[in-house]
Write a protein that binds this ligand. Structure first.
Ligand SMILES: C[S@@+](CC[C@H](N)C(=O)[O-])C[C@H]1O[C@@H](n2cnc3c(N)ncnc32)[C@H](O)[C@@H]1O
Length: 434
């Protein structure tokens, strides 16, 4: 066996994500030469990609014994970051920086670590260094904008977000960061504070649907009756990995509350004979709590975001997951569902009349519809597009739309849905029947 050739093949297979074959080749090499550096690194990288971080570290450490190179120290630090073993991240990064004070990878890992630990001020000196060393990297500016925001340096935060966008105008994630920087700053300081930056952004990039929807939300545009699908997909795809942790931190408990109502209405045995639709199922939290109680005969989740559905799939609680706009999905559904649930989803719809009609048509006789909505304390209007891009509804409007769709309002009670910007978001849980 030619070791050089085999190592090359192992690397090619790794790049093609054929981890099993790549691993086999690296192991073969190590049987012949247990000091083969790149094979240990390759084994470490394979484990890292598979999420086996402890094993990755043990392989990288073997490589480190052969040759104490900075990129291996970096890989170890990165694996410790995934394991949230922060002091070890710090230790390995510092080892790198002692030899190479301008090592961009190590500086970035330290930034990520401090941001993850919400010690934003400690990330700042490393970001200042990266600003000089890697000034064309939009993510350096993106991180800076977030760090400045948490430090309440709002003007600096907006400037950094603007810089990130101008470096990567094609990257929707930079626009999302700019949108959030504007929205969250507006929440803290009022809309006048962000006027100049917002106007410049809309003027330059207003054709991008994400920028347009942020613009409509920041202006409370009354003509908008539903959240833009491209905006939603991008937001939730990028948010899917951290969604559950982030919402737990915001005391989000709507799925549990909806399931509690379901338990009060239906016996386990009944549910096990039912067809249930989870509209905007997201990462499948309703599915998770529902199946702790009972597994419906047919349980369908629909969502616009493929990223969120991927997470729902991992829970293995739905019979079918559909990546589609809910209105499109409901178009041809007639008397199919015994129960329809929507947890924190109608907040992405302003007008509800035609959606409620579709839902009513899709339900069997006596079918039940349980959902949450956010209260509109801002105006007397039926619905209000909030700065956050979410719609807030009037109770009377909900009742009227249900009535017009021949759905009987059984119960509607106030509920704290979660927190936002340190304040409670108030809403209702609503139960209606066909
Ligand atoms: C805040 S999340 C809630 C997810 C889940 N129901 C829960 O309680 O955890 C809202 C979800 O609704 C989905 N969504 C919003 N509008 C939608 C639409 N028109 N069609 C399908 N899914 C939609 C989003 O993609 C997102 O996953």
């Amino acid at each position: 066996m030619d070791i050089k050739d085999t190592a090359k093949k192992a690397l090619e297979l790794y790049r093609k994500q054929d981890y099993q074959k790549s691993k086999q080749l690296s192991l073969k090499i190590l049987q012949i030469d247990s000091f083969h550096l790149s094979s240990w690194v390759n084994l470490g990288n394979i484990c890292f990609q598979k999420g086996e971080f402890k094993e990755a570290i043990s392989h990288y450490k073997k490589a480190l014994q052969i040759s104490p190179e900075n990129y291996i120290l970096g890989n170890i630090a990165n694996a410790y970051l995934q394991l949230k073993q922060y002091w070890k991240v710090w230790y390995y990064c510092k080892r790198i920086l002692r030899q190479d004070s301008e090592n961009i990878f190590a500086l970035n890992l330290l930034v990520q670590m401090y941001m993850e630990r919400e010690k934003n001020k400690l990330a700042l000196p490393y970001l200042e260094r990266l600003k000089k060393l890697d000034s064309k990297n939009p993510w350096v500016w993106n991180n800076l904008s977030q760090v400045y925001f948490f430090m309440q340096e709002y003007t600096q935060s907006l400037k950094a977000a603007q810089q990130a966008v101008s470096l990567a105008p094609e990257d929707d994630l930079q626009h999302i960061n700019m949108g959030y920087a504007l929205y969250e700053t507006a929440l803290e300081k009022g809309t006048d504070f962000i006027k100049k930056e917002a106007t410049n952004w809309f003027k330059k990039y207003g054709k991008n649907p994400i920028v347009k929807y942020f613009s409509d939300s920041l202006k409370h545009n009354k003509k908008i009756a539903k959240t833009d699908a491209t905006y939603l997909r991008k937001i939730f795809d990028s948010f899917s990995e951290s969604f559950e942790d982030a919402l737990q931190a915001l005391n989000y408990g709507v799925p549990q509350k909806i399931i509690k109502n379901i338990q009060e209405i239906f016996k386990q045995k009944q549910l096990e004979n039912m067809t249930v639709l989870d509209m905007g199922c997201g990462t499948g939290l309703c599915g998770k709590y529902m199946t702790k109680y009972a597994r419906p005969k047919k349980f369908i989740g629909v969502d616009l975001s493929a990223g969120m559905l991927q997470k729902a799939q991992e829970k293995n609680v739905y019979n079918q997951l559909v990546n589609m706009d809910i209105e499109e999905y409901l178009q041809d559904k007639k008397e199919e569902f015994d129960l329809v649930i929507a947890a924190d989803v109608l907040t992405y719809f302003g007008r509800l009349d035609s959606l409620f009609n579709q839902i009513a048509n899709s339900m069997k006789k006596s079918g039940v519809f349980i959902f949450s909505v956010t209260q509109n304390p801002h105006s007397k209007e039926d619905y209000f597009l909030h700065l956050s891009g979410r719609f807030h509804h009037h109770a009377d409007y909900i009742a009227k739309c249900l009535q017009n769709s021949q759905l009987e309002l059984l119960k509607m009670y106030p509920q704290n849905l979660r927190s936002e910007g340190g304040k409670n978001v108030e809403g209702w849980i609503v139960i209606a029947q066909k």
